[in-house]
Design a protein around this ligand. Structure first.
Ligand SMILES: Cc1ncc(COP(=O)(O)O)c(C=O)c1O
Length: 383
């Protein structure tokens, strides 16, 4: 092993790259294992250095620090806008980890709309939207999102993460059941934990296992939800929406799809998983999206029926209740991005061509239909 391979192997072992995340960080369906600590009399357990992750952090620093062959690629500040290349203190780099899938964060129309919102409204919403923080831009953004997603209505909050936690824990309680894909994003898993519902994970995209779990556990629950991603954020593969809808109908559940990585990406016009499958998006009960990927801004949203959206707007803690609205500038950026996406579907086609080029020139299992691909190595040309 070379020195850098050695360092890479230590990093993998420390951070868990290439293996399932620990239950408290990720998708595992079982509750976190109790942590056993040897109590020391001299250093109290309330000392933050006694947290188990602190040991991992120190070992990670050791992997990168000193005479390590691995440069630390985390938290490198960039200057300038986000694109296929970014400028860093170490020079210009090709970026494979950006979320700005459609290149809209530097589009002059998005930037102009954002500047205009800043001039008109200042830097923040000013209050929770219900009590003085509402601007015309918030409502316009929600209207645009309803049009993009094909749902009756949409509601926007400050982050995609908070939306998942808030919505799932608002809709489900201790008598209910949440069944989620084992690769589900941490925010969905944490929504389930916070809800107090029985939480079971099915093996990734294994609908036979999902059906078995529902058959065994659905009858004992009051309400139930199946939770999946529209395009998986780590592997880029997709769920089988028709099968999920059939299982939802058979077992009387809600179906929630986190489309963080599929709005703006899947379907001919970027309208997400339902468009990819040629289905009516309203067949999904709860569609979640984020403004922080294709939509060039920051914030999260739920799209669904008017009744669902009215309930969430009024009662779900963490969306509009007990939380300040997204800034008018963020709302303006996202709205401009949605409106551009609606009239320039060729951006989605170009993203797909770039993904396909990357997928075909690298050791990957991805088919190039999506923005997240496994890229092991190999050069390719962005269009
Ligand atoms: C699948 C998925 N859901 C939710 C989120 C959270 O979204 P946000 O970044 O808007 O908090 C992310 C963020 O990376 C994600 O990948």
């Amino acid at each position: 092993m070379t020195k850098s391979q050695d360092a890479l192997a230590s990093l993998r072992a420390l951070t868990g790259v290439g293996r399932a995340p620990p239950a408290h960080h990720g998708a595992g369906g079982s509750p976190p294992a109790p942590v056993s600590e040897t109590r020391e009399t001299t250093v109290p357990l309330t000392d933050f250095t006694k947290l188990p992750d602190y040991g991992v952090l120190r070992r990670m620093r050791a992997v990168f620090g000193g005479d390590s062959a691995l440069p630390n690629l985390y938290f490198i500040p960039r200057s300038g806008t986000m694109g296929a290349r970014i400028e860093t203190p170490e020079g210009s780099k090709v970026l494979f980890s950006g979320y700005d899938y459609l290149g809209l964060s530097r589009d002059p129309r998005v930037v102009a709309a954002t500047k205009d919102a800043l001039d008109t409204y200042g830097t923040h919403a000013g209050a929770a939207r219900m009590v003085g923080g509402e601007t015309r831009l918030h409502g316009e953004l929600e209207e645009s999102l309803a049009r993009l997603t094909g749902h009756e209505a949409a509601v926007v909050g400050v982050s995609g993460y908070a939306i998942n936690v808030s919505v799932i824990s608002y809709l489900l309680g201790k008598n209910d059941l949440l069944v989620h894909d084992s690769m589900m994003h941490n925010s969905g898993v944490m929504g389930g934990v916070q809800s107090g519902a029985r939480r079971l994970a099915f093996p990734h995209n294994d609908y036979v296992a999902l059906e078995r779990i529902l058959t065994e556990n659905r009858p004992r629950a009051e309400r139930a939800m199946i939770l999946v991603e529209g395009a998986y954020s780590m592997d880029g593969d997709l769920p089988d929406l028709p099968r999920l809808i059939a299982l939802r109908d058979k077992h009387q559940c809600w179906l929630m799809v986190d489309e963080a990585h599929s709005y703006g990406v899947l379907g001919t016009t970027g309208r997400g998983l339902a468009e990819h499958w040629g289905l009516d998006p309203r067949l999904v009960d709860i569609s979640m999206g984020t403004l922080s990927k294709s939509l060039a801004s920051c914030g999260g949203f739920i799209a669904g029926s008017q009744v669902l959206v009215d309930l969430l707007r009024t009662f779900a803690p963490g969306i509009l209740m007990y939380s300040t609205g997204i800034s008018p500038a963020n709302a303006a950026a996202a709205r401009a991005a949605v409106e551009i996406l609606l009239v320039e579907p060729e951006r989605v086609a170009r993203l797909r061509r770039n993904s396909a080029a990357a997928a075909s020139s690298a050791a990957t299992t991805s088919s190039g239909k999506r923005a997240v691909i496994w890229l092991i190595n190999g050069p390719f040309q962005c269009q």
